[in-house]
Design a binder for this molecule. Structure first.
Ligand code: C5P
Length: 248
């Protein structure tokens, strides 16, 4: 039998995007849903997960004062710091990892999840599955099989390839790994000038095997106005069945 794994679990929450596709004029994570901002919904759900022992919120410079004010008002028990992000998600996550290095309980084998601030309907069971996947496989992220056939096309609109749909997954977050290899991979990719759009891609590029676990349909990323309306509808329809399974 394997020994119990007591490594701490930390969550980095990149929320430093501009949210231009929402066309709201402000960062989508500061828009309100049921009387509180999107980022509050996200952090509430992460903070109350029983395995999470620390959180870092990564904000755009322009939103830093607003995010700090929210953090002060909400006083989440596990929020360690609010920091400024960078030009890309990859730079923002790297800043988060560098800030996490100063946490007194962060060790090389600590488990680090990265969860997009814009996925405000994250459920506890998806978080637990990703943590279990990292314990078992080293690197893991939440994903859903794609529903639509995916085509690769040329710049002038002609189809180049139709990959086998049964092998395609749409990535969600959380995604994560142990602290030391994750930091090393982020530093190496950034130093090499390679900019990747998710954490598993960074770990893949650094040569690590990467495992996928089931995500949740509700855990979509708020990108457009329609997404905001769907999130509102879901929140109005009451608690999710899985919420009852893990006590806060
Ligand atoms: O741009 P995309 O939708 O992939 O962003 C995913 C997450 O990364 C969002 O929560 C966004 O706020 C965050 N992000 C960031 N820093 C950036 C760009 C995006 O923290 N420079």
């Amino acid at each position: 039998m394997k020994p119990a794994d007591h490594a701490n679990v930390f969550v980095l929450v990149p929320a430093a995007g501009s949210g231009s596709r929402m066309q709201a004029g402000i960062n989508k994570q500061l828009l309100e849903l049921q009387g509180q901002t999107v980022i509050e919904h996200t952090i509430d759900r992460l903070d109350r997960h029983p395995d999470v022992s620390g959180l870092i919120l990564i904000a755009a410079e322009i939103d830093l004062t607003a995010m700090e004010a929210i953090a002060k008002r909400r006083a989440w028990p596990h929020l360690y710091r609010v920091i400024t992000g960078g030009a890309t998600r990859q730079h923002s996550v790297l800043s988060g990892l560098q800030a996490l290095a100063a946490h007194p309980d962060c060790h090389d084998d600590s488990i680090v999840l990265v969860h997009d601030g814009a996925r405000c309907l994250i459920d506890p069971l998806t978080i637990s599955r990703v943590i279990a996947g990292i314990r078992e496989h080293g690197v893991c992220g939440a994903a859903l099989p794609v529903r639509d056939t995916i085509k690769k096309a040329s710049d002038d609109g002609y189809v180049i390839e139709t990959p086998d749909r049964s092998r395609l997954f749409a990535m969600q977050t959380p995604q994560g790994a142990r602290f030391a290899p994750l930091l090393a991979a982020y530093q190496a990719m950034t130093a090499a000038g390679r900019i990747l759009t998710d954490d598993l891609a960074v770990m893949e590029a650094a040569g690590h095997p990467v495992f996928l676990t089931a995500g949740n349909e509700r855990n979509f990323k708020l990108t457009t106005r329609l997404d905001l309306q769907m999130a509102q509808w879901i929140l109005n329809s009451g608690p999710e069945p899985s919420d009852a399974l893990i006590k806060s």
